[in-house]
Design a protein around this ligand. Structure first.
Ligand SMILES: *Cc1c(COP(=O)(O)O)cnc(C)c1O
Length: 359
């Protein structure tokens, strides 16, 4: 609960609130507000906004790409990447549990594309299946893009191994197909691997990055790619209504987020590991995943209570989590979660478990 200045009035009834629902609940820092107030601004839909340009250039450099494009959400960044790389009536190939497939594939309707899902494990597509999916054939529509995701949200924050990213990219290049990284949590992946973000960017033609998750900016995302691809994405951003005017105010918070928050991702990973260890110390019938990054999945299927009942019961103790299907709880650590919150959460889990056992 540290550094949680603008407390949501809906939640004031909790003496101690531990909000593990998502890293999107993070609030801007004082330094972000200061940078927002001081930001030089223009009109990004007219002749450009200097603070937006500064953020776009900073992200492009950080990801090893020529150019960047500031957009309101990472969903839009991913859709613009799809639109920039593909032609109508092509396929986009992605991992079956990828956010771009499970949550964003409505975009395929607008883009006139077929989204093809490839099964994998821990967020990594099976390479044999991927090879089969992109093989050209007389009766097949062409593949315009392969998209990968790291860290992988639905795979419990799993980080794709660098060798896997390289293998996918080599395979894609052999078929002349570009690769996009849905890097909503790319900084988590880079921190977990202990490499610069550009090392991940090497294995793709474009990368999206969400500023409003663990990085704690209020809104915004950036797409980074070649100057040519960003030019196309910029035109489609206008089509989608994503071109904003004095957007430099928000971009300034995003830049501050990028500069000051990337290095602290490992703190969130350590807290997630601590939570996992504490829950596994409670033991059966609870079972927590061992996190690569900041997401812990807790199996509650054997407790006699559904994930939805668990969410309600935990909230009575001031601990918020989210159901991930009927038998899994998702707990995400972030800047407002400290060691005390992990203790609080683990105690709440132990108490709710007693209720289950005695039910
Ligand atoms: C959250 C998320 C997105 C979408 O980001 P928004 O900024 O909420 O639109 C895309 N991909 C992944 C993996 C995500 O976790």
């Amino acid at each position: 609960m540290q550094d949680f200045p603008v407390f949501d009035p809906r939640y004031t009834r909790y003496a101690h609130l531990t909000d593990l629902r998502s890293d999107t609940v993070t609030r801007p820092t004082e330094a972000m507000y200061a940078r927002m107030r001081a930001a030089p601004i223009g009109d990004d839909g007219l002749d450009g906004d200097p603070s937006v340009r500064e953020l776009e250039a900073a992200v492009a450099t950080m990801l090893g790409k020529e150019a960047g494009l500031y957009v309101p959400t990472c969903t839009m960044a991913n859709l613009l990447a799809v639109l920039a790389h593909t032609q109508r009536h092509q396929q986009v190939v992605l991992e079956a549990n990828a956010h771009m497939f499970t949550t964003e594939r409505g975009g395929s309707l607008l883009a006139g594309l077929a989204y093809t899902a490839v099964e994998g494990s821990m967020g990594a597509m099976d390479l044999n299946r991927l090879t089969a999916a992109i093989k050209p054939g007389a009766y097949r529509i062409g593949v315009g893009l392969i998209a990968i995701e790291t860290s992988h949200n639905n795979a419990g924050g799993a980080v794709l191994p660098l060798e896997h990213m390289r293998d996918v990219h080599v395979l894609a290049q052999r078929h002349g197909v570009p690769v996009h990284i849905d890097g909503a949590r790319l900084m988590n992946a880079a921190a977990a691997l202990g490499v610069p973000a550009a090392t991940l960017g090497e294995h793709a033609e474009s990368v999206s990055l969400c500023l409003s998750k663990g990085l704690s900016a209020p809104v915004g995302a950036v797409l980074a790619a070649s100057g040519k691809a960003i030019g196309v994405a910029r035109a489609y951003r206008k089509v989608l209504g994503g071109t904003q005017r004095q957007a430099g105010i928000m971009a300034a918070a995003g830049l501050e987020a990028l500069l000051t928050m990337s290095a602290r991702m490992t703190d969130d990973h350590a807290q997630a590991r601590a939570l996992s260890d504490r829950l596994n110390a409670i033991g059966a019938p609870l079972a927590a995943s061992t996190p690569d990054t900041n997401i812990v999945q807790v199996q509650v299927g054997e407790t006699g209570m559904s994930s939805h009942q668990w969410v309600d019961a935990l909230s009575e103790h001031g601990v918020f989590a989210r159901p991930w299907g009927d038998s899994i709880l998702r707990c995400v650590t972030h800047r407002h979660i400290d060691a005390r919150d992990i203790e609080h959460a683990a105690d709440a889990f132990a108490q709710v478990l007693k209720q289950c056992v005695h039910a």
